[in-house]
Design a protein around this ligand. Structure first.
Ligand SMILES: [Zn+2]
Length: 178
C-alpha cells in the first residue's frame, strides 16, 4: 500500500509544476486576455464576452493589429441596418423641437456610456419630420417613451418579430385633441 501511494504522489506533482510554469510564461508574454478585441473607431473594448468602455485596456492594446477591429455598433452605418427608428413630427413649436432633440442627444450619451453598443447612429430630417436611427431596438423604445413622458403627444410603434426591428412614430400635436 505505501508503495502505491508514493507512485500516485509523484505522478501528481510533475504535471502540477509544469502547469504553473506554463501559466507563468503566458502571464509574462501577453497580459492580453483571451478573446480581446479593440474597436479602432470608438475605442470600445471586447472583454469577457461583452463590449465595454475600458480606457486602460484600450491604450494598452490600441497598436496591436491582431486585436484591432470594428465593433458591431460602429459597423452599423446605413439606415436599413437600424434595429430601431423613431420618427418625430408635428411639433408644438420650433423650440419644442430643439428641446426634444437636445433631450435625445443627452439620453443617447447616457445610454452609450452604459453600453457602447447603444447608439443613435444617424439623424435625418425629411421635410418636417426628424428620423433617428438606433443600433438597438430597446434604445429606440426607450427614447420614444422618454419623449412621450416629457412632452406628451402620441407615440405609436410597430415591431417586426422576424427581424427584431421596432419603428416608432411620435406626434407632438394630436389634431382631435385641439
Ligand atoms: Zn466601435
Amino acid at each position: 500500500m505505501p508503495k502505491k501511494r508514493k507512485r500516485v504522489k509523484s505522478k501528481m506533482n510533475t504535471p502540477k509544476l509544469r502547469n504553473v510554469e506554463k501559466s507563468r510564461s503566458q502571464a509574462t508574454i501577453g497580459k492580453r486576455p483571451p478573446g480581446l478585441q479593440v474597436c479602432k473607431k470608438c475605442q470600445a473594448v471586447y472583454l469577457r464576452k461583452r463590449w465595454q468602455w475600458n480606457y486602460p485596456m484600450f491604450t494598452e492594446n490600441k497598436n496591436d493589429k491582431s486585436v484591432a477591429t470594428i465593433c458591431p455598433a460602429c459597423a452599423v452605418t446605413r439606415p436599413e441596418q437600424a434595429e430601431g427608428t423613431l420618427e418625430l413630427y408635428d411639433y408644438d413649436s420650433a423650440t419644442q423641437r430643439q428641446e426634444i432633440l437636445k433631450m435625445l442627444r443627452n439620453a443617447e450619451a447616457r445610454a452609450r456610456e452604459r453600453d457602447p453598443l447603444d447608439r443613435i447612429f444617424l439623424w435625418e430630417k425629411s421635410g418636417k419630420t426628424d428620423i433617428i436611427y438606433t443600433t438597438e431596438n430597446q434604445l429606440a423604445m426607450s427614447l420614444g417613451r422618454q419623449v412621450r413622458r416629457a412632452f406628451g403627444g402620441d407615440l405609436e410603434f410597430k415591431t417586426s418579430a422576424e427581424e427584431d426591428i421596432v419603428r416608432l412614430r411620435w406626434r407632438g400635436v394630436i389634431p382631435n385633441k385641439k
